[in-house]
Design a protein around this ligand. Structure first.
Ligand SMILES: Cc1cc2nc3c(=O)[nH]c(=O)nc-3n(C[C@H](O)[C@H](O)[C@H](O)COP(=O)(O)O)c2cc1C
Length: 188
């Protein structure tokens, strides 16, 4: 069982990293093989809306920009499950995760559909007021829905719930890996 864990925060020891680590701990307990993808370490340019709005994303299913996009895309295609963990910035996902998902959505929806049907686990970490965690999860899910990907669950982590949510994320990781391995009765 291969699970890609896509996470974004510049802080290696912050709330987002803690949430990611606890979830990975659960994944590992359930025997999953983990591919961690730290968006902030990658070179990911933003979409330039080539041509009249569509470029090689539509004609070839790839982006012409030579950076870490394509390799990351392939890692997601090869994963059985995908976990997205983002710090909450401006009530939304981080700019690097957004840059990646914007380009991914174009290649997927216009041409490839390689990721359609993948069941994803979404985690948003809002370390400030806590406001915007739900909006961040909503925005993430809307983007995934365009690609016909599905959320298995969505968890907000904030300063005030971390004492009980972080331990729960460990259980969540184990349950998610187990469900990805053995199947489950999710209707949507
Ligand atoms: C540009 C920026 C925007 C932010 N916007 C929000 C926000 O909308 N809501 C919130 O609760 N925290 C916000 N924060 C705080 C982050 O969510 C906080 O840094 C959080 O701990 C992210 O996880 P980290 O510890 O991995 O950095 C923002 C931080 C930055 C740098």
């Amino acid at each position: 069982m291969r699970i890609a864990v896509v996470w974004s925060s510049p802080n290696l020891h912050g709330l987002t990293a803690a949430a990611k680590d606890r979830f990975c701990c659960g994944l590992r307990k359930a025997g999953a093989e983990i591919e961690e993808i730290h968006m902030n370490k990658l070179r990911l340019e933003h979409c330039q809306a080539c041509g009249n709005g569509w470029g090689t994303c539509a004609s070839k299913g790839t982006c012409w920009k030579k950076d870490d996009f394509q390799e990351t895309y392939e890692k997601l295609v090869n994963a059985d499950g995908i976990v997205f963990v983002s710090a909450v910035y401006w009530h939304d996902i981080t700019e690097c995760m957004k840059a990646f998902l914007d380009r991914l959505r174009r290649c997927e929806t216009a041409r490839n559909h390689f990721l359609a049907g993948k069941r994803c686990f979404l985690i948003a970490c809002a370390g400030g007021t806590g406001l915007g965690a739900i909006e961040c999860l909503h925005n993430m899910e809307e983007t995934l829905k365009h690609m016909e990907m599905r959320a298995y669950d969505r968890i907000p982590v904030i300063r005030y719930n971390k004492e009980y949510i972080l331990p729960a994320l460990e259980t969540a990781g184990a349950v998610y890996a187990d469900r990805m391995e053995h199947g489950f009765d999710m209707q949507y």
